[in-house]
Write a protein that binds this ligand. Structure first.
Ligand code: GLA
Ligand code: ZN
Length: 675
C-alpha cells in the first residue's frame, strides 16, 4: 500500500476539475482562483473519456498534456482520473452489449453516464487500454499525486441482468460451491421445486412471479459487488505496475448498500468518499456516522472527503443552499472524524449539462465575487494551518459491528417485518453515542475487538462462521456487548440457525427467543425498566418489534407492559466470563436507548474527551503524544465549553486558550491540548 502523503503532506484541498468543459483561456483564471483559495489538488477529467478517445483507435491527449503542465507550473497536484466512469457514445454503437440490462431484460441507453455492464468484455478491454495509455503517458509527470479510478462505482448501475452477467454468475458460483449438490443445499432448493440439475439452468434473480430464492438473491448481491470490484482491479493492476509509488483509489459513497466496502478497501491506498447530507436538516449525524465508517474501513487510517457541495445540489426535488458557515462547520466535522482532506464536486459550476444547477467552488459568477467562493477561500487558507493534524488518528473505545453481507441478508424479501432496516437500526444506537461525543469505530463481526471496551451489534441477523467464537471470546475476556432483536438468526446462506433463536448467541446472551412479534407501523408497547440505573428506570414506549424471551441465566432489566407477554423480559444482561452481554428485544424510544447507552458506557468507564452540551460536537485525534480536540458548535446560539487545565493552542486562529472556550453558532475550534 502506498501512503496518500507520498507526495502531498498537507490537508488535501480542492475538487473535481473538468477543464474539458471550458476553453483554455478560462484555465488561466482557474489557476489564479485555485491558488487564491488554497487549492493544492484537483481531480482531473473524471468524465473525459469521450474527449480523450475519439474512436476505438484514436486518442487525443493534447489538452490533458497542457492541463497537467499548467497544474505543475502552478504548484497544484492532480488526482488524475482514469476517465472510465462514462463510456463514449461510440462504445455503445460498436459494442451494444456493453450497455447494462435491468431486471426486466430492458437494455439501458447511452446518453447519461455509467452505462456499462460490469462484466462487459468490451468495456473492460477498452477501459484497460485507456488506463494503460494514461499511465504510460503521465507516470513521470510532476503534477501526478494520486490516481482516481472510475467514479462512484455502482452509483447508478449497481446491478446488471444481462446474459454476460448470467454466464459469469455461474462461473462465480462454481468457484464458490464446487458442486451442484452443494449449491442446492446452500440455497435450499428443495423449497418450491427450485432444484438445479445443470449449471446452465441457473440464472440471475430477474423478474420472478414472487420472492426469488433468498440464497440466490444474496449470492447475486455478493457477485455484483465482486464484479464491480473486478472492474476496479483491472485498472488498479495496470496503475500499480506502471506507477508503484502513486496512491490509487476510487471514491466511495458512505453507507452504500451494493458494494462491500470492507472488501474493496483492501485494494485502496486511501479511502475517499462523497458526502451529501441534506443541507437544512439539522446536525449531520448521518454524515458523522458515514465518516466513522469510512475511517474504519482501513482500520482507522485517515480518509479523504473527495466530494461535498459548497452550497446546493441539483438532484433532490428541492435543493436549499447550505447556510453561511455550514459548509465550513461540516468540513471541520470531516477532519475531526479522521479526514485528511476536504474536496468538492466541483471546481467551476458547469455551463451546460445535467449538473449546471449543482453548486461549485466557483459559481456562475465565474470569479471570486460570491459568498460561496469567499467561504471556499477562507476554508482553504485555514486548512493550511492544520498540517500538524495530518496522519493523526481517532482512538475509539467503542465499536459498532457492521457488515455488508448482514445488510444484504437482513433486507432480502419475505422477512417478518420489512420495516427493520439495517442502517436505521445502526443509527438508533449511533445517535446517542454521537450526542454523548463518544468516538466510534465500525468493525466487521469477525474483526479484532480486543481494543474496545464496549461493542454494539444491532440486528446482527446473519452470524457467519467465526462470529459466535469472536463475540464469546471478546465478552469472556471482559468486554461488554450489546445486541438486539433479530440477531443470530441465519447462516451465510440465509438459512435459519436451528436450535432456538438466536441459536449461536444463546449461551452468550443467556436466553432463548421463543417467538418473534413484529409490530404494525402504528402499534406500540411499553417497557418497564427497573434495576438498570436510577436515571434510566421508568416506563418507555417501544415499537417495531417484540421478542418473547425465556431467560436461561440472563437477568431482566426491563419487562414488556402489555400484550400476552406482559411481564416478560424486554431487555436483559448476562454475565459471561469476565464480561457482560446485553440484549434488547425491541426498539425502545430514543430517550430509553440514550439512557441505556449512557449506563453501559459509564459501567465500562468510557468518557467523552470534554464535557459539552448536546449540539456541541467534540472529537479527538491523536498522533504520538499530541492530542487535537475539535469542538464544533451546531447550535443556533453561542456555546461555552470548559477546557481542561493548561494552555492550549488553537490551530486555526493561532491563539492560546485556557479556561472557557466560547463558540459562536457554526463556530469551530481545533485545539492542540497542552501536554
Ligand atoms: C456524485 C458524482 C459527481 C456529481 C455529484 C453531484 O458524487 O461523483 O460526479 O455527479 O454526485 O452531487
Ligand atoms: Zn451485464
Amino acid at each position: 500500500m502506498v501512503s496518500k502523503n507520498a507526495v502531498l503532506k498537507d490537508m488535501f484541498y480542492g475538487g473535481d476539475y473538468n477543464p474539458e468543459q471550458w476553453s483554455e483561456d478560462v484555465w488561466q483564471d482557474d489557476m489564479r482562483l485555485m491558488k487564491k483559495a488554497g487549492v493544492n489538488i484537483v481531480s482531473v477529467g473524471i468524465f473525459s473519456w469521450a474527449v480523450l478517445q475519439t474512436s476505438p483507435d484514436t486518442y487525443d491527449f493534447g489538452w490533458l498534456d497542457r492541463m497537467m503542465d499548467l497544474l505543475a507550473q502552478n504548484g497544484i497536484y492532480a488526482d488524475l482520473a482514469t476517465a472510465t466512469a462514462s463510456p463514449p457514445a461510440w462504445m455503445a454503437r460498436h459494442y451494444p452489449d456493453s450497455l447494462p440490462v435491468d431486471e426486466n431484460g430492458v437494455r439501458y441507453s447511452q446518453g447519461a453516464r455509467q452505462h456499462y455492464c460490469p462484466n462487459s468484455k468490451a468495456f473492460r478491454l477498452l477501459a484497460a487500454k485507456l488506463v494503460r495509455k494514461l499511465a504510460e503517458r503521465y507516470k513521470h509527470h510532476p503534477a501526478l499525486a494520486m490516481w482516481h479510478i472510475n467514479n462512484e462505482y455502482g452509483c447508478h448501475i449497481s446491478r446488471c441482468y444481462c446474459d454476460q452477467c448470467a454466464a459469469e454468475f455461474r462461473v462465480w458460483l462454481q468457484k464458490r460451491y464446487g458442486t451442484l449438490d452443494e449449491l442446492n443445499a446452500r440455497w435450499g432448493t428443495n423449497f418450491w421445486s427450485q432444484k438445479y440439475y445443470d449449471w446452465e439452468e441457473i440464472g440471475l434473480p430477474r423478474k420472478t412471479p414472487t420472492y426469488p430464492n433468498p440464497g440466490q438473491d444474496l449470492d447475486y448481491a455478493r457477485f455484483m459487488s465482486d464484479s464491480l470490484l473486478e472492474c476496479y482491479l483491472t485498472e488498479y493492476r495496470i496503475l500499480r505496475e506502471e506507477t508503484p509509488g502513486i496512491p490509487i483509489m476510487t471514491n466511495f459513497m458512505g453507507f452504500f448498500k451494493p458494494l462491500d466496502y470492507f472488501e474493496w478497501a483492501k485494494h485502496m491506498d486511501v479511502v475517499t468518499w462523497d458526502s451529501y447530507p441534506e443541507p437544512t436538516a439539522g446536525i449531520p449525524v448521518g454524515a458523522a456516522m458515514a465518516h466513522d465508517l469510512m475511517r474504519s474501513l482501513k482500520g482507522g487510517e485517515p480518509f479523504i472527503l473527495m466530494e461535498q457541495v459548497t452550497s446546493q445540489v441539483n438532484w433532490r426535488r428541492h435543493n436549499p443552499v447550505k447556510r453561511p458557515g455550514v459548509m465550513r462547520l461540516w468540513s471541520y466535522q470531516t477532519v475531526a472524524r479522521g479526514g485528511d482532506g476536504v474536496m468538492f464536486f466541483q471546481w467551476r459550476q458547469s455551463r451546460a449539462g445535467a449538473e449546471k444547477f449543482h453548486g461549485a467552488m466557483v459559481s456562475h459568477t465565474g470569479d471570486e465575487n460570491s459568498r460561496v467562493y469567499r467561504e471556499v477561500e477562507q476554508l482553504g487558507n485555514e486548512l493550511k494551518r492544520l498540517t500538524p493534524v495530518v496522519g493523526s488518528r481517532v482512538k475509539a473505545k467503542v465499536a459498532i459491528l457492521f457488515d455488508w453481507h448482514n445488510w444484504w441478508a437482513l433486507e432480502l424479501s419475505s422477512k417478518p417485518n420489512w420495516d427493520v432496516r439495517y442502517v436505521e437500526q445502526i443509527a438508533h444506537y449511533y445517535k446517542p453515542l454521537f450526542e454523548q461525543n463518544i468516538a466510534v469505530d465500525f468493525v466487521q463481526p469477525t474483526g479484532d475487538l480486543s481494543g474496545y471496551s464496549v461493542v454494539f451489534a444491532p440486528t446482527l441477523y446473519m452470524v457467519e462462521p467465526g462470529v459466535k467464537e469472536n463475540l464469546e471470546s471478546y465478552v469472556a475476556g471482559g468486554g461488554t456487548l450489546l445486541t438486539t432483536f433479530f440477531s443470530g438468526m441465519v447462516d451465510e446462506n440465509d438459512r435459519i440457525h436451528l436450535g432456538g433463536y438466536p441459536a449461536p448467541l444463546r449461551k452468550l446472551l443467556g436466553l432463548t427467543v421463543e417467538e418473534l412479534d413484529p409490530m404494525l407501523p402504528e402499534q406500540t408497547n411499553r417497557i418497564v425498566v427497573s434495576g438498570l440505573a436510577p436515571e434510566a428506570d421508568g416506563e418507555y414506549e417501544c415499537s417495531l418489534w417484540a421478542d418473547v424471551i425465556r431467560l436461561e441465566g440472563a437477568q431482566a432489566l426491563a419487562a414488556f407492559a402489555e400484550d400476552f407477554y406482559a411481564g416478560g423480559p424486554a431487555v436483559t444482561v448476562n454475565a459471561f466470563g469476565s464480561g457482560k452481554a446485553y440484549y434488547v428485544g425491541t426498539r425502545g424510544e430514543e430517550s430509553f436507548t440514550s439512557r441505556l447507552v449512557a449506563k453501559v458506557l459509564a459501567d465500562a468507564g468510557v468518557q467523552a474527551p470534554l464535557a459539552a452540551e448536546p449540539g456541541v460536537e467534540v472529537q479527538c485525534r491523536e498522533k504520538e503524544d499530541q492530542r487535537f480536540v475539535f469542538v464544533l458548535n451546531h447550535l443556533p446560539r453561542p456555546a461555552s465549553i470548559t477546557l481542561p487545565a493548561g494552555e492550549h493552542r488553537e490551530l486555526i486562529g493561532g491563539e492560546a486558550l485556557s479556561g472557557t472556550l466560547e463558540l459562536a453558532p457554526n463556530g469551530v475550534a481545533v485545539m492542540q491540548l497542552a501536554p
